[in-house]
Design a protein around this ligand. Structure first.
Ligand code: ADP
Ligand code: MG
Length: 729
């Protein structure tokens, strides 16, 4: 090992777990301690104001500005009592992270002193000078005004000394510049459409919530080792590194005992998460070495999404207390599993019905089938768009690779649900008539057991799997803001349910009995959306061929996948549901293409630098020592014997020469290709060029570097190797 590498490896190896003290209270007592939740609203707000605010939160009634001052006063009082000194609007711009700008509560009191000040105006709306956030040209830098506006449905919380107020972020002209604004619109759209469909079955339903339960996967790496890998530091993934002889082949990490240093990190993370009201529940080792998972109990989608954004920043922070860095990148290491973020999604009513779960009566089961089939229709019609919603430069490494969902969206239903749908599909119109019968209730739907699928029946290769009472969208990236996927899914289901309602109503108008009409439409849908249903092995090559025949979107180039946002059917869907305008979609796509290009551009630069400054010098140095050895052997022995004895080293010298020559040549070519690509003036074409020319170059160069890693003397190799990064904890 090189000296530097030896030092960081040794230090990492010696580290002991940090002692995390458990709070003296029980989790149920400190849960949401730092959240201005309903309990605190009740305590700190006047009764009338509390009622109005609760109405805004529960029923989405517009916020009455006149209560803002009193809410702000209550919030301020609570925050000051908790020791907060600052406040910020907290939002999610079109980067993957969150943004905040802290202001102190202090104001001049007009008498030469200071007072703590926080008005309703400051709570409700602010104008961050936010011209440097991605905006796809909606807001030119000279028109810097955009504003953040309070989202009362997600409660304010305190981190360190700062009161954080969840907000949307919008351009002055009204276009959304963030993830939350369209998400809230998508949730409203699906609420409205689903509530109307619910009324066929349960007239008392007033609201339908979308639920989200995310499962966050991540890697932990010792921070000393991390710091010695410029590629990890700058791009979040290793751009080179030969497989460790042992990685995940023994399958000994998944659900294994959690290493103590990691357990200490998890413990502290969970305590802090619970204090922030995030209902974390599950933790375990994942498949790859040093890979882990964390999952909370599912929540209303908007809140769940804020909680995911919050936990990602919490993870980054707390990892450092334990001498770790957390890697949220989808594919930090080649050759072992990448990280995803399964999005468990379902719809449920304010009356407590989970709409994606079967019930006890035929009518409940018709309702269940209705919602499942409409979801399948939505996923079928917008499968390309759904793929676009989870696509990114980083997630591209995961999709299509062997451990992850393929780059084709399909849905796994499992045996029992498949049989039910087949049965309905095969029923005839005559059956239908007899179904409706006199009472309209004798529905010929097979009994569906409440627990539909047991865990063994799960298909891990499916990107969109039905799992008993929900769908699990597994293709979402670990680093992503889930809102991107949730916006598309909820909007697509909203559009679909609205069309379903129209079709059923038309049949009812022509005299069809209600339940029979529903069944009739459901039956045609089952036929139409069949291509999306696939229970087989999603990793197989046959499936790719089959999917193509079925007309599913099989594109693998991320910049081209983004085109799905701008197809006629996507624009129509977003505009009719009121979620996004064409202008917003176009602007956001500019951001997507630009981000894609920049990520690859950074990787190319880092790889170029490392190849030239770390790899080639070290390889050449080793090669020189081999050459030296050859000369010495030859001078020591008679000619023939000297040749024989040095022949293996000659082979190594040649191999090193070939690899280094290839690397140098391809780094030069990559620089040239970048220069050409950088001159392209549309973001889309530029991203395509980066995808077509730079990404393959990265892989080729890496191949030769990894070969060198196997040859070159370990004492000289400066970069921590996979066996160190993945196994020291
Ligand atoms: P796994 O899929 O790994 O077995 P779990 O059974 O622990 O995972 O559940 C994963 C997530 O799904 C959890 O966040 C859980 O709360 C969530 N979940 C369970 N039921 C629903 C539902 N009806 N809607 C949305 N999320 C749900
Ligand atoms: Mg899961």
């Amino acid at each position: 090992m090189s000296k530097l590498r030896f030092r960081v490896v040794e230090t990492a190896f010696k580290k002991r777990p940090v002692n995390v003290e458990l709070p003296s209270e029980r989790p149920s007592e400190y849960f949401a301690k730092f959240v201005f939740n309903r309990e605190k609203m009740f305590k700190y707000l006047p009764g009338k104001v509390f009622e109005k605010l609760a109405d805004v939160i529960d029923n989405g009634t517009p916020l009455d500005r006149s209560i803002a001052d009193e809410v702000a006063a209550g919030m301020k009082q609570w925050a000051l009592e908790m020791g907060a000194t600052h406040y910020t609007h907290w939002f999610a711009p079109l980067t993957e992270g969150t943004a905040e700008k802290h202001d102190a509560f202090v104001e001049h009191d007009g008498k030469g002193g200071m007072i703590e000040e926080f008005s309703g105006k400051l709570l409700v709306q602010q104008e961050p000078d936010a011209s440097s956030f991605p905006n796809g040209g909606i807001r030119n830098t000279f028109e810097a005004r955009g504003y953040s506006a309070w989202d009362p449905s997600s409660p304010a919380f305190i981190v360190d000394d700062t009161l954080c107020i969840p907000t949307v972020f919008i351009a002055y002209t009204g276009e959304s510049l963030d993830y939350k604004a369209p998400l809230l619109k998508a949730l409203r759209a699906v609420d409205k459409a689903a509530t109307e469909v619910c009324h066929y079955f349960n007239p008392e339903v007033k609201k339908v919530n979308a639920y989200l339960g995310w499962e966050q996967e991540y890697f932990l790496v010792d921070e000393g080792l991390y710091a010695a890998r410029p590629d990890l530091l700058l791009t979040g993934r290793t751009l080179m590194g030969h497989d460790s002889a042992k990685n995940q082949q023994l399958e000994d990490h998944y659900f294994g005992a959690i290493p103590t240093r990691v357990a200490a990190f998890m413990k502290e993370l969970e305590i802090e998460a619970l204090k922030l009201g995030i209902p974390v529940k599950t933790r375990h080792n994942e498949v790859a070495p040093n890979q882990f998972e964390l999952a909370p109990i599912f929540e209303e989608c908007n809140l769940a999404n804020d909680h995911n954004m919050l936990i990602m920043s919490l993870m980054r922070k707390i990892a450092r207390n334990h001498g770790f860095r957390v890697l949220l990148h989808e594919k930090p290491f080649k050759g072992v599993n990448g990280s995803g973020k399964h999005n468990n999604w379902s719809l449920g009513t304010d009356t407590g019905i989970l709409l994606m779960g079967p019930g006890k009566t035929p009518q409940e089961n018709l309702r269940f089938v209705t919602f499942v089939v409409n979801t399948l229709m939505a996923v079928y019609r917008h499968n390309g768009l759904l793929k676009a919603s989870i696509s990114s430069a980083t997630n591209a490494h995961r999709l299509g690779a062997n451990e992850a969902p393929p780059a084709i969206i399909s849905s796994f239903l499992g045996k029992q649900l498949s049989i039910v749908l087949q049965h309905i599909e095969e029923s005839t119109d005559d059956d239908m008539l007899s179904l409706s019968g006199k009472h309209g209730m004798k529905l010929d739907i097979p009994q569906i057991p409440e627990l539909l699928i047991d865990n063994t029946d799960r298909n891990r290769t499916s990107p969109f799997a039905f799992t008993g009472n929900r769908f699990e969208f597994r293709a979402v990236g670990s680093e992503a803001n889930c809102a991107s996927a949730m916006i598309v899914l909820n909007t697509a289901v909203a559009e679909q349910l609205t069309e379903f309602k129209n079709e059923v109503d038309r049949l009812i108008e022509t005299g069809e009995e209600k339940m029979a009409a529903i069944l009739k439409v459901v039956r045609t849908y089952i036929k139409t959306c069949k291509p999306i249903h696939f229970d087989g092995n999603g990793y197989s090559d046959e499936w790719k061929e089959e999917a193509r025949k079925r007309g599913l979107d099989c594109e693998t180039s991320v910049p081209l996948i983004f085109d799905n946002y701008l197809t006629e059917s996507s624009i129509k869907m977003f505009e009719q549901t009121g979620v996004m305008t064409q202008k917003e979609l176009e602007a956001r796509n500019e951001v997507k293409w630009e981000t894609y290009t920049k990520k690859i551009q950074i990787e190319a630069r880092v790889l170029g630098d490392l190849a030239m400054n770390h790899i080639i010098p070290v390889a050449t140095q080793y090669q020189t020592s081999l050459i030296d050895n050859v000369y010495k052997i030859r001078s020591l022995f008679p000619e023939e014997k000297g040749k024989t004895l040095s022949s293996k080293n000659i082979e190594l010298i040649e191999a090193i020469a070939e690899h280094t020559a290839f690397i140098k040549e391809h780094v030069d070519q990559m620089v040239e290709a970048r220069k050409v690509a950088n001159k392209i003036d549309t973001e889309r074409e530029k991203a395509i060029a980066y995808h077509d020319y730079i990404v393959p170059a990265l892989e080729k160069i890496r191949y030769h570097i990894d070969k060198l890693e196997l040859i070159v003397d370990d004492q000289m190799w400066t970069l921590p190797k996979y066996r160190e990064l993945l196994f020291i904890r």
